[in-house]
Design a protein around this ligand. Structure first.
Ligand SMILES: Nc1ncnc2c1ncn2[C@@H]1O[C@H](COP(=O)(O)OP(=O)(O)OP(=O)(O)O)[C@@H](O)[C@H]1O
Length: 698
């Protein structure tokens, strides 16, 4: 079911890595390149300009420079660091856009197996910056309020300031102190409006949002045993909750804009969208890179002008665990790790860009080449993870004579849909395998984010290609923005809850959120139940607390991985052929042993605390959450390994379904252990509530 989005341009076959020393006329070669890339207008607008559209290694008027880098070698030898020519008089004004007066450049290059491309430039003094407020005052014709905080502005700020929604102008006040205030992980939820199909079907919107409070409620309709309907409310608090009437501009202001300035300060940042198919990930992600590029270029051309910053663009996808260059005819790419564990994507075309139009065209070209398929929920569903990277580079001293190194990088990831494979209308083998791969990488991503935010020594990057590729965006000085996209209709309730739980896990286990917790009760998510008929709140008992609060979370967390499978097919066959299966059987056995709970958790619902000390309670709760997390992480490790084996062992006659149902059975056992922990946790929640009531009374 894989196809290409319509309008994929003809591939250009030029291999820029070939013959790096050739000295052909760049005007000819680049003209040809521009034509094949569908960008001939750039060439024709000013013949002189094409001279400098040199690629790495191509000759130009000034000539591409070939740098010998004595400090850094790869593979034991001395590397030749090839650099595209920097701005030259010849290529100015190719395109007259509002980002600045700099020359327009468009130089495809090669991100080679060279750590300069992945390792951040060492810290260096940056000359005094141009005063941003002064600059913007004149260019926008608007007054600039110096005291107005740029960072942490809430989503209403742009309106409050009287800026139009689509305003691309926002004040930049790069400031190290403020930059460090940008949360390491920010979780934003965006709800899309009901679509036509859902409206025709008269589907109910089950999500209510209190934007000011960043508070969201899912109203889930359930049936009691006596078939009476009731509504269960699931409440969530996130860093930001965006309702269906929020524009893409506001999404940008809330998510990416705050992290743009800090990529000039040796930071790698990642923004990704997560959610069920059709929930609006692509819709949300698509405009962000262009908006970010505008802001980056504005900073380069004004705030940091004449400081030698350059912007590089690359766009690739991960499909079925393999990497493909979206700007080079889906050329298969190879990922390598160098001696210092820097991940390099060999062969990836990286384009030096300096104007918005060029970036726009590159984005369109990449999007047109992306793998898509059809799922039940979306006719043009992304079946790959698309990764668009904007790298800001600069030479150590800001001069043009030295090789540029990465100062910071902004990665945008449009993840494939997180829906279950079982939901796809074409549940054929390919779709299932795509789903397995997608699930595997999404789990791995979550694990990495959590490990990262908890400052765990070991970050499990090797869990998937996605996390391996993103490794350098996660280590060191990094920032991550997760946008969870949710569908509002009742039919998507289960997926919506899963997405919100994924987001909640990413956020709630972070130190940041613990620090931020101002009210211990508000961040404790609760499910409350309401009878539809009477609209009266159901009397909440302790038993209800246990039953209502957590089991669904277990589903989301524990069965998340197995959801993709079809557990109903349970007949086990013993004649599994592949070695992978034998190996797995052993592992399963040992794993099953583990889940028999060698140290079963004793549940003592009558635990008494001599003093109702809040700290003691919190500590206990924290320990339980840790234990819970450990259990889940163990499970995820197993699932990941099993999925690897599953993919490897995918040969005809391997009885995949049987294997899958065995895996599901193991996961169910694991879930039991987790349920016990959850019950204890529910108990502590109740105690905490009582404590809070007591405190509020006194
Ligand atoms: N906030 C929104 N406002 C208006 N329309 C939206 C919004 N979000 C999504 N849509 C529309 O819903 C449809 C599905 O959105 P989109 O393709 O972005 O989903 P997706 O999550 O990327 O799906 P997949 O994972 O299958 O690629 C599109 O037609 C899109 O235009």
């Amino acid at each position: 079911m894989i196809g290409k989005r319509s309008g994929a341009p003809a591939a250009h076959q030029r291999q820029y890595s070939d013959n790096l020393f050739e000295t052909t006329s760049s005007s000819t070669s680049n003209g040809r390149w521009l034509q094949t890339a569908g960008l001939q207008h750039l060439q024709s607008s000013n013949p002189a300009s094409t001279q400098d559209f040199g690629f790495y290694g191509g000759g130009g008027v000034e000539g591409s420079r070939m740098y010998k880098n004595p400090q850094r070698t790869f593979g034991g030898g001395t590397d030749l660091f090839l650099e595209s020519p920097l701005t030259s008089p010849g290529n100015s004004r190719v395109r007259n856009i509002n980002v600045g007066d700099e020359a327009s450049e468009f130089s495809p290059g090669l991100l080679d197996l060279h750590s300069f491309d992945t390792e951040l430039i060492p810290e260096m003094p940056i000359p005094a910056m141009v005063d941003a407020p002064t600059m913007y005052r004149s260019s926008r014709g608007q007054s600039f309020n110096n005291s107005e905080p740029y960072y942490g502005a809430n989503k209403l700020s742009s309106k409050a300031r009287g800026l139009p929604d689509n305003s691309s102008f926002k004040p930049f006040v790069p400031d190290k102190e403020k930059a460090s205030n940008v949360a390491k992980i920010k979780v934003v939820v965006r709800k899309r409006p009901l679509n036509k199909k859902e409206l025709v079907k008269n589907e109910e919107d089950i999500i209510t949002i209190e934007s000011q409070m960043n508070f969201l409620t899912v109203h889930e309709t359930k049936l009691k045993v006596d078939l009476t309907e009731y509504v269960e409310k699931h409440e969530f608090v996130f860093d930001s909750v965006l309702s269906e009437d929020v524009s893409n501009d506001e999404v940008y202001f809330e998510t990416v804009e705050p992290i743009v300035p800090i990529i000039f300060e040796r930071t790698k940042a990642t923004c990704f969208a997560y959610g069920q198919t059709g929930s609006g990930k692509t819709f949300t992600m698509k405009p962000l890179p262009l908006k970010a590029s505008k802001d980056i270029l504005r900073l380069m051309h004004h705030t940091y002008r004449n400081q030698g910053f350059q912007l590089f663009f690359s766009f690739f996808e991960i499909y079925g665990g393999k990497l493909y260059d979206l700007l080079n005819d889906r050329k298969k790419l190879c990922m390598r790790e160098d001696g210092s564990k820097q991940v390099c994507i060999v062969g990836l075309q990286e384009y030096k860009v300096s104007d918005v139009e060029t970036i726009k065209e590159l984005i369109e070209r990449g999007n047109a080449t992306r793998s898509t398929g059809i799922t039940g929920a979306n006719e043009e569903s992304s079946r790959s993870h698309a990764i668009l990277q904007l790298a800001v580079k600069r030479s150590a001293d800001g001069s043009e004579t030295k090789p540029a190194r990465v100062v910071g990088k902004l990665s945008f990831i449009d993840l494939a849909g997180s829906e279950r494979g079982a939901d796809t209308t074409d549940n054929d083998k390919q779709t299932r395998m795509e789903g397995a791969e997608i699930n595997k990488s999404l789990l791995a991503l979550k694990e990495c984010i959590r490990a990262l935010d908890n400052d765990q020594g070991h970050i499990p990057f090797r869990g998937s290609k996605l996390t391996e590729v993103l490794r350098d965006s996660f280590v060191g000085n990094s920032r991550t923005v997760m946008i969870s996209c949710i569908s509002p209709n009742a039919g998507s309730c289960e997926h919506t809850l899963n997405t919100l739980r994924y987001a909640d896990r990413v956020k709630s286990l972070s130190k940041g959120s613990k620090r931020e917790t101002s009210s211990s009760t508000i961040n404790l998510r609760e499910s409350t139940t309401m009878l539809l008929s009477s609209s009266l709140p159901r009397v909440s008992t302790y038993e209800n607390d246990i039953a209502d609060s957590w089991p669904e979370q277990a589903d989301g967390e524990v069965y998340g991985a197995s959801e993709f499978y079809e557990p109903e097919k349970s007949s086990l066959k013993k004649n599994m052929k592949s070695e992978a299966f034998y190996a797995t059987e052993d592992k399963m056995r040992s794993f099953s042993g583990q889940t028999k709970l060698k140290d079963p958790i004793k549940i003592d619902y009558k635990i008494s605390h001599p003093d109702d000390d809040l700290n003691a309670l919190l500590k206990e709760e924290e320990d339980l959450v840790d234990a819970h997390r450990k259990q889940v992480e163990d499970t995820m490790d197993i699932v990941r390994e099993e999925m690897n084996l599953l993919v490897e062992a995918d040969q005809p006659g391997n009885q995949l379904d049987d294997y899958v149902s065995r895996l599901s059975a193991i996961l169910s056992q694991k879930a039991e252990g987790i349920l016990q922990l959850q019950n204890r946790l529910a108990h502590f929640k109740r105690r905490l509530k009582e404590h809070n009531v007591l405190v509020s009374k006194t």
